[in-house]
Design a protein around this ligand. Structure first.
Ligand SMILES: NC(=O)c1ccc[n+]([C@@H]2O[C@H](COP(=O)([O-])OP(=O)(O)OC[C@H]3O[C@@H](n4cnc5c(N)ncnc54)[C@H](OP(=O)(O)O)[C@@H]3O)[C@@H](O)[C@H]2O)c1
Length: 303
């Protein structure tokens, strides 16, 4: 599936928040036409002026006019309603379309959507994304897709523009599971790096030198390098992964771990640690600045 498909097909995009706008921007840069819908119409009109493309008056109107529909909404209720309500994506919109949902959903929610979409004779893929909007726009994000395997070549052609595209399997819920697992590994890496630097600097080693050693050691990672400046001067960079946001993600991970009978002991310990940091007023700090909480905690314990 190549260039001709991308320039001759109009892709529907529903939800023009940060992720939806990033997707439309990326598609327009690649010469792909988009048809957009957003609850707040002014946002869709503004986006069509910036990136080109047309605006639909309802999700149903958009779905009737596009063979492929990408949905980027925040929250389960918004997502569910936009598919199922009168005038929604599945309301009298024929059959045979490919719906690709990019929003953050729980595994059971992704499966429920799949059931609704396929019951109407459409195909469904759940394709959650990891990465900030600017990274997605520039093709530096990560997309995990699962669902109807016949939709994968099309989804790959469209979404590989956002970053690395990975096919997870046939069960849409598995993409949601892998998004949780990816988040767990990312936060654990950032937290462990912060703690490792705290150990080294408290013992008198220069922060820059300690970071360089960690970067060159066997546990180096792309994430460590990407957040280098934040680790060198904690608190100086824009907050990308706040501790209170991390707490919510960890709570989702541990709830899901309990549901499937996985112990996740490190995640459970981190929930307690993050909750303590939030209660101590460190919730809005970036996780790369976790050392500030550890030092404050040490002072309280010593005092
Ligand atoms: N931002 C990120 O860095 C990021 C990264 C990875 C994944 N995600 C996931 O991607 C999804 C979208 O995130 P975002 O950052 O683009 O969100 P956002 O900027 O807050 O935009 C939310 C979108 O959802 C729409 N919406 C909210 N409630 C609605 C409702 N009740 N009915 C209809 N539409 C509704 C909004 O429409 P209005 O314009 O009318 O409010 C807007 O289009 C989320 O699931 C998020 O977890 C985000």
């Amino acid at each position: 599936m190549g260039g001709r498909f991308m320039t001759e097909t109009t892709i529907g995009v529903v939800g023009l928040g940060r992720v939806g706008r990033g997707l439309v921007t990326m598609l327009s840069r690649r010469g792909t036409k988009t048809h957009m819908y957003n609850r707040t119409a002014a946002r869709a009109l503004e986006m069509s002026e910036i990136a080109g493309g047309s605006v639909a008056m309802s999700p149903a109107e958009l779905a009737r006019e596009c063979d492929v529909v990408c949905v980027c909404l925040a929250g389960w209720e918004a997502t569910r309603t936009t598919y199922l309500e009168t005038g929604g994506l599945l309301d009298d919109t024929g059959s045979g379309r490919l719906f690709i949902d990019l929003g953050t959903l729980e595994p059971a929610q992704a499966r429920e959507l799949n059931d609704h979409v396929t019951a109407k004779g459409h195909r469904f893929l759940y394709a959650p994304v990891a990465g900030r909007p600017v990274e997605l726009e520039e093709g530096r994000g990560f997309v995990m897709a699962a669902g109807d395997p016949t939709g994968i070549p099309t989804a790959g052609a469209i979404l590989s523009g956002l970053g690395t595209f990975r096919h997870v399997g046939d069960d849409p819920g598995h993409a949601a599971v892998m998004k949780l697992a990816t988040n767990l590994l990312a936060f654990a890496t950032l937290l462990a790096t912060s703690e490792a630097l705290e150990l080294a600097t408290t013992a008198g080693i220069d922060r820059r030198r300690a970071l360089e050693v960690l970067e060159q050691g066997p546990a180096t990672s792309a994430l460590l390098t990407e957040r280098r400046e934040a680790f060198l001067d904690p608190g100086s960079c824009a907050v990308q992964g706040p501790i209170d946001g991390g707490l919510k993600i960890y709570e989702m991970i541990t709830a899901f771990a309990d549901q499937v009978g996985s112990q996740a002991p490190q995640a459970k310990a981190t929930v307690e640690l993050f909750a303590e940091a939030v209660a101590a007023g460190f919730g809005s700090r970036d996780v790369t600045d976790f050392g500030a909480f550890l030092r404050a905690r040490q002072t309280v314990q010593e005092g």
